[in-house]
Design a protein. Sequence first.
Lengths: 353, 318
Amino acid sequence: MTATATAPARKTPAADAGRPLLEIRSLEKRFSLCGDFLEQLKFKGGRLVREQEYVHAINGVDLDIRRGEALCVVGESGCGKSTVARTVMGLLHPSGGEIRYDGTRIDDLSTKALMPYRRRMQMIFQNPYASLNPRMTIQQTLEEPIRLHHPDWSRQQVCDKVAEVMHAVGIAPDWGKRYGHEFSGGQRQRIAIARALAVDPEFIVADEPISALDVSIQAQVLNLLMDAQRERHLTYLFITHDLAVVEHFGTRVAVMYLGRVCEVAPTATLFATPRHPYTRALLSAIPRLEDDRPQHIRLKGEVPTPVNLPSGCVFHARCPHANARCREEVPALIATDGGARVACHAIEEGRLD
Amino acid sequence: MSTPNPAIESAPATGRWERFRDSYLLYSFKRDLVAQASLLIFVVLVAAAVLAPWLAPMNPYDLAQIDILASELPPFWIDGSESAYPMGTDAQGRDLLSTILYGARVSLIIGFGAVALQATLGVVCGLLAGYLGGRIDAFLMRLADIQLSFSTLMVAIVVGALVKAIFGGATFSTYAVPLLVLIIGLAEWPQYARTVRASVLAEKSKEYVDAARTMGLSSRRIMFRHILPNTLSPIFVISTVQVANAIISEAALSFLGLGMPETHPSLGSLIKSGFDYLQSGSWWITLIPGAVLVLLVLVINLLGDWLRDVLNPRLYKG
């Protein structure tokens, strides 16, 4: 599957197969740090100047998500992976760039025009304790999206659909009368998954869906997500910081650092031959039992603040292979062998294999 | 893994959530003597006020039943009283007990009516300001600031005086109850708006609101169906305090002569009408309605305090 084929006939799945389901192009999102206009005015050198500061959460992210795959996005806290997820779902408006779903640009659509896409893409949240409305029963929670997207359905049809998704995620139908707080974290996350599946989506954004769960429950929920993917032909954008989960779950992996993608590769390729210096450091940090692995790569310093971004490559200050070019020029994603794409000057120049 | 897991099948054994909350309410109610006494007195007072036409010995609004010769009779425990007037009579010869019952009715109607208006306005403004944010938030909250910078009584006095001056005292007397509800209701909405806004800001950042948004629900449905039910407990608590406040405001206005007319007295105007006779020895015309007013407001406030403690989300949400 390559992303190059541009099929004019949209409706047939075969023709669609060539094009990525979701295309993210040079996406940017910044959050203003200052309040209103008056708070932005400052005295500097005897003059009144208007000063605006931003947190640059994502700075030019390019990603393609292909039909039927699970694209995992990994990175440490604050690298912008959740912001990407929320921007894709329309919870945040991007400051720049565009998002295309099935060939249609969706980031600038009105709420009404977005409705058909709301049904096709759903989101699963990190904290199952906050993602269910405490004043609604499970039945009400699951019925709401169905009634919204299928206003012509009869009561019976809605109830049948609720029963079907409840069965699919392994929760008993008689739980419908209860409220969210009566369940454990794993059970709640199953309910949240059921809510996402209730409208038969084709694309699911999962923002760290298992990191708030007990370790014994994580595998169950992960398997549930994989079963759903197989049975319902789902495409996932899976945000996580757990590399073990990525190895188990992901078709491809995107590694993010400070709001940029530094490497995208098929899971096996990435874990076997990580290319980007940051990816190497990240993978070397996984605790392993065997002793013959290369030494743990220690990065020096801290992640720079996203308020004042470093010039050039965002990783240059901590990179052992950085040179003058890295400090000045922003590296673009370049294709390497094994279907991987890496944003690194050192690899492009052949300084690093 | 798609088959139900037996370990997960055994769901918690708690009953319905409302039942749980009710039982906790009941539990703490059973242990709180002040709350029990307050509720008892409140229920008795409200019942007496509601059933006034059947309970009261006479109808103080019916001029035919009033005997001017029986004016300023003292209550039953003082010499010179008459058994037909257990609480004595006022300066116009109205039975004080009946007048207090009818007056409490008027006070309660105005109190609850004003709070209903305040709550409606305040909840809508608070939800809009908190959920939509931005300019709407700034506009509504500056409006609330302006409203708060005037004291309730001052607004009420100005509006009441204007209405009286423009439409005349007779019109004012006819529409006194709805007018007072309107005045007190409009003057105190920021209390609700600010409380609701604060709760909405806290709820808005929770993921169930994001989930509702990704579903594609309209802002109105998210505000009223998802966020509002989760902000109800603070609304409930300030409502009890506000009812007491509204009754006090009405009494104060009536005392100043801008409230209920003396022909249809509330507790406040009854206190005012008796005030002129305080020096001449007929203290009961002022003090007995005053005591009833204090009791009514006190028990409402005590109930509100108790409710605030019980509905504290840290204690019951777990």
